[in-house]
Ligand binder design. Sequence first.
Ligand SMILES: C[S@@+](CC[C@H](N)C(=O)[O-])C[C@H]1O[C@@H](n2cnc3c(N)ncnc32)[C@H](O)[C@@H]1O
Length: 227
Amino acid sequence: MSRGGTRGHVRVRTGRGRTSQSVRWLERQLNDPYVKKAKAEGYRSRAAYKLIELDEKFAFLKGSKRVVDLGLAPGGWSQVVRRTCPKAAVVGIDLLPVDPIEGVAIFQMDFMDDAAPDTLIEALGGAPDLVMSDMAANTVGHPQTDALRTMGLVEAAFQFAIETLAPGGTFVSKVFASGGDGKFVAEMKRNFATVKHAKPPSSRKGSVEWFVVAQGFKGRAEDAEAE
Ligand SMILES: C[S@@+](CC[C@H](N)C(=O)[O-])C[C@H]1O[C@@H](n2cnc3c(N)ncnc32)[C@H](O)[C@@H]1O
């Protein structure tokens, strides 16, 4: 390993001078200021700063009482929620195992499993006021397929949000490119008072990820009829 260039960036060299994909990933991690910041501040992932920056812009975390974290591994977003709202009940789900986080009920299961929504809501003990999804499908290296697979997760997360959120609640989700087709955006606008897209500074420029922040859930018609 040697230091190259005038900025003191770490360069990782492979034996034959060929830079493999994993070496490029390692080089990027070593040089990433958000990775260093996360380590210094005790966050498990640089992703934590995406939520922090979105909250600085849209102010949805403070006052949250029940929060769902979809695709939580390794746990940066849940840590941010717990630090901002220490009294909030938080439930998270991921395909991967996650080390315990105080105050967070963690489920290792597929969110697409039919039992997932009820499992999460039962553990939360009531309607969430914030549903967050940072889920991303494993990439297969074909950009259009990768985007479609992740948008499938986004749509499932959105469906879950509108079926479970308390009125006035917030849905925050990673989306690919500009956030799906016009029909999907229209559906979000029909259900929330405001729908905004943002790319926080910590989201890598080369990444096609964006975030949608939908605030002021209008509630379900059937709930209004039941009152
Ligand atoms: C970008 S990471 C989340 C990072 C996290 N927000 C943090 O702050 O540490 C995306 C996660 O989505 C999870 N994921 C993808 N598909 C899923 C599914 N069907 N059910 C549950 N989790 C899923 C992946 O396993 C991965 O851990």
